[in-house]
Ligand binder design. Structure first.
Ligand SMILES: O=C(NO)N[C@@H](Cc1ccccc1)C(=O)O
Ligand SMILES: [Zn+2]
Length: 157
């Protein structure tokens, strides 16, 4: 599986809204999903969004695991979320450190909802809903922002 080039924050694609994936396209993006995961892992990331690899589609990979950049991150099996929609997020917020593979050498404390409920399509095309909290919920919010052209420095108080 090859790694893809990662857009830096000056790339226009990172400031645009990404397009929904059509149901007939789900079979055609399987390789892309593998390449996004490989690209993220090569960069010691814990998440990545398709616009970061110059693909203007609403696809994210959420893959929290302890690594050099986030030694305290909880471990989870990587999840591909196609057309993710945050259905609900808690009023309760928390601040935590974020970084971005498209904003090198930058870290900042960002306030995010502590919990959320999300609906998405799996890579096999089934629609699921699930709830997340803490650092994984943070990653999800960060990745969903990318699909709307928002980068984490724009979320600073
Ligand atoms: O650039 C990305 N994702 O878009 N990757 C970020 C994901 C992230 C999100 C929130 C908090 C910490 C980390 C990374 O540093 O691995
Ligand atoms: Zn990012």
């Amino acid at each position: 599986t090859r790694t893809l080039a990662i857009a830096t924050h000056d790339a226009p694609i990172l400031h645009q809204r990404a397009q929904e994936v059509g149901d007939i396209q789900v079979h055609a993006i399987q390789t892309l999903l593998d390449e996004m995961l490989t690209t993220m892992q090569a960069a010691n990331g814990v998440g990545i969004a398709a616009p970061q690899v110059f693909v203007p589609l609403r696809i994210i990979i959420v893959a929290s695991q302890p690594n050099k950049r986030y030694p305290d991150a909880p471990f989870m099996e990587p999840i591909a979320m196609i057309n993710p929609e945050i259905l609900w997020q808690s009023d309760t917020t928390c601040s935590g450190w974020e970084g971005c593979l498209s904003v090198p050498d930058t870290r900042a404390q960002v306030k995010r909802a502590e919990r959320l409920r999300i609906r998405y399509w799996t890579r096999t095309g089934e629609q699921v809903e699930a709830e997340y909290s803490g650092f994984v919920a943070r990653i999800i919010q960060h990745e969903c922002d990318h699909l709307d052209g928002i980068l984490f420095p724009e979320r600073l108080e």
